[in-house]
Design a protein around this ligand. Structure first.
Ligand SMILES: *[C@@H]1O[C@H](CO)[C@@H](O)[C@H](O)[C@H]1NC(C)=O
Ligand SMILES: *[C@@H]1O[C@H](CO)[C@@H](O)[C@H](O)[C@H]1NC(C)=O
Ligand SMILES: *[C@@H]1O[C@H](CO)[C@@H](O)[C@H](O)[C@H]1NC(C)=O
Ligand SMILES: *[C@@H]1O[C@H](CO)[C@@H](O)[C@H](O)[C@H]1NC(C)=O
Length: 309
């Protein structure tokens, strides 16, 4: 890969298994193997190399335990200790696709406490504003916006992100920051302004009663922290982030999260039910969808993962 020497990638393969999904995983995996046997496109796509031919039960729990222990130790290596020794601020960009366990892994950073400024899916606003009538985004335009917003956020500058928030913040105050409560950094004492009666906040702090988010306060708090971490499921092409890797003001580590595609699909079938009517049918009665958006999406994601590897 072209940028492999500029970006050091911490590459984790995690298998996060949610109990209720297990059933669907095995059904989906049975059908996937069946489809591979009967169709050529999948065989060329890489799915067939990656999908092991075993039951849906996936890896044993003990294997997962050790994988998570290793990951925990690696993450601990990023924290205060090492940063202080090297006197460098290390930042982390956690990249994933939906339903790969990125919120779960993000919690490792969210719960680091005083030294870590964590943001959960800030690019949600950017994607929302750039969504076209067709329902998608112009990939070129979106990639640029994602990159620039991320770059600013790693420097604790919220101004570009602000321009994507709807309604537009007034005096850097907003009630509408997506899932504010999922970033504990945005609900800390120092970022908690007094509540205002009668103001509706869809995303409000759960840990303490705070008023609308003052992004100037958030920025000040961010600057106090040694490390910053951002999680996003929206970046599609790693190479578009090259300027972040090369920015001398930043020392960003990229973590690309990868999960077994069968489990991802099974989870998406539960989480985004309406989009997967075809697949439910498939799992129930064996009607294989021949030309399916979600299969294409899974294939594309797998190709990206191969590039990362
Ligand atoms: C798969 O499941 C079947 C029955 O559920 C069992 O007999 C078989 O040993 C399992 N295979 C593996 C590799 O676990
Ligand atoms: C943590 O960092 C130390 C020193 O840099 C290194 O020796 C060790 O292998 C690291 N541990 C993990 C799990 O990456
Ligand atoms: C995306 O936007 C760019 C710049 O505005 C434009 O040149 C390009 O044609 C657009 N691409 C598509 C697929 O619409
Ligand atoms: C937001 O926070 C900044 C910095 O603490 C402060 O100067 C400003 O007055 C606050 N804005 C409002 C509307 O309270």
């Amino acid at each position: 890969m072209r940028i492999k020497y500029t970006i050091s990638i911490v590459f984790f393969v995690t298998l996060v298994i949610i109990e209720k999904e297990n059933n669907i995983i095995s059904r989906v995996s049975d059908k996937l193997s069946l489809k591979q046997a009967t169709q050529t496109p999948l065989q060329h796509s890489g799915l067939s190399h990656i999908l092991p031919k075993h039951n849906g039960s996936l890896t044993s729990l003990s294997k997962m335990d050790s994988a998570f222990m290793l990951m925990k130790r690696r993450l601990e290596n990023y924290s205060e200790h090492q940063g202080a020794v090297r006197s460098g601020r290390k930042h982390i960009l956690l990249l994933a696709t939906t339903r790969t366990g990125s919120s779960f892994v993000g919690e490792f950073f969210n719960q680091q406490g005083d030294n870590m400024f964590y943001l959960f899916e800030p690019l949600w606003h950017v994607e929302k504003m750039l969504t076209l009538e067709t329902g998608g985004t112009n990939a070129t335009v979106a990639a640029k916006a994602y990159r620039d917003v991320l770059q600013q956020l790693f420097l604790c500058d919220f101004s570009l992100l602000e321009s994507f928030i709807e309604p537009l913040p007034v005096d850097h105050i907003t009630t509408a920051l997506f899932r504010r409560e999922s970033s504990s950094s945005l609900c800390e004492e120092s970022v908690c302004s007094p509540t205002i009666k009668g103001v509706f906040e869809p995303y409000h702090c759960r840990t303490r009663r705070c008023g609308p988010l003052n992004l100037t306060m958030a920025s000040e708090s961010c600057l106090q922290k040694e490390h910053r971490a951002i999680k996003s499921v929206r970046v599609r092409q790693l190479e578009t982030l090259r300027p972040l890797a090369e920015d001398p003001r930043l020392d960003v580590k990229f973590i690309q999260l990868v999960r077994d595609p069968r489990a991802v699909l099974a989870s998406r079938m539960v989480a985004f039910e309406a989009k997967y009517k075809n697949w439910k049918q498939w799992a129930m009665d064996g009607d294989v969808p021949l030309d399916d958006d979600e299969v294409r999406k899974a294939e594309r994601e797998l190709r990206q993962h191969k590039v990362v590897c």
